[in-house]
Ligand binder design. Structure first.
Ligand SMILES: C[S@@+](CC[C@H](N)C(=O)[O-])C[C@H]1O[C@@H](n2cnc3c(N)ncnc32)[C@H](O)[C@@H]1O
Length: 275
């Protein structure tokens, strides 16, 4: 079974809770983004790196039974959870298939709308993948991506432990040759795959998170990514336990809040073929 060995967090049931919390934080802004980008009822949609399917399910409900959603992910464990969720919600216009985003052209399918969120950050060649996604659009189809600038996360009040959690995350990404600030590169990447500046729509979104458990998202990330941090020599078990304890105390503090990572939201469309 293929894996992305650079993926730093858990997959399947072990990762489900954190991705659900992530979706509580980012889901509403993602839905607004999808509507602005032009998602419509009846569209045939591809959700790339769909994870446990949270956005795929939302999109499937939005496009209705006249449309459909295919969710792909490199991890079969993620897809098992996604299929269970679809079944529980009785959503039938959806299917999930194991495929690496790197191999999308081998799929040989075309879509009206292609979406990905928090995925290019995990890829060694985001530009190559984005180009292939662009080539997988139907005439007039829309490509919409939202990716983070992880270094932009912050806490109020300021916390040494919180800042350190961001620092080791970025250090680990560097060691793995990944860019967890890829949101800042999206405009450049869309230009590099051949989109004209005037066709690239770009916006920013950043949430203020005031409620638990959502405030604890970065703490959950530190704990889940601990084995990768240790394996890559960017932290120790002892430090991670200390950071996690301090972050829990921070988020328990009444009046504290978290500035989530800034998301760069970009969409473009493939020009309509001339008859
Ligand atoms: C942070 S999760 C985001 C999941 C989902 N897009 C969301 O926003 O809830 C990143 C996902 O990308 C998947 N992934 C990593 N590398 C991939 C690849 N090369 N092709 C397809 N999926 C990949 C991981 O398995 C994981 O499910």
């Amino acid at each position: 079974m293929p894996r992305n060995s650079s993926y730093i967090v858990q997959v399947g049931e072990e990762g489900r809770f954190r991705l659900d919390i992530l979706n509580n934080v980012f889901g509403p802004q993602s839905q607004r983004f999808l509507r602005r980008a032009g998602l419509k009822e009846g569209m045939r949609v591809l959700d790339v790196g769909c994870g446990t399917g949270n956005m795929s399910l939302t999109i499937a409900e939005f496009v209705g039974n006249a449309g459909s959603v295919t969710g792909i992910d490199i991890s079969e464990e993620q897809l098992v959870v996604a299929r269970t969720k679809a079944k529980e919600k009785n959503i039938i216009n959806i299917n999930f298939q194991q495929l690496s985003a790197e191999d999308i052209l081998s799929f040989g399918e075309k879509y009206d709308f292609i979406y990905c969120r928090f995925v290019l950050m995990h890829l060694a060649s985001p530009q190559k993948v984005l180009r292939n996604l662009y080539l997988s659009l139907n005439s007039g189809g829309i490509l919409a991506t939202e990716e983070p600038t992880m270094s932009s996360c912050f806490s109020v009040p300021s916390s040494v432990a919180f800042k350190r959690s961001v620092e080791i995350l970025m250090d680990c990404a560097n060691k793995l040759n990944l860019n967890f600030d890829v949101g800042d590169k999206l405009f450049e990447i869309y230009r590099a795959i051949g989109c004209a500046d005037s066709d690239i729509h770009i916006e920013l979104a950043q949430q203020v998170v005031t409620q638990n458990p959502e405030k604890r998202l970065m703490e959950f990330l530190v704990v889940e990514a601990a084995p990768k941090y240790i394996a890559n020599g960017v932290s120790t078990q002892e430090e991670i336990e200390h950071i996690a304890k301090e972050m829990k105390a921070l988020t328990d503090q009444p009046g504290s809040y978290i500035g989530s990572c800034r998301q760069t939201q970009v969409w473009t469309s493939l020009p309509r073929a001339k008859l």
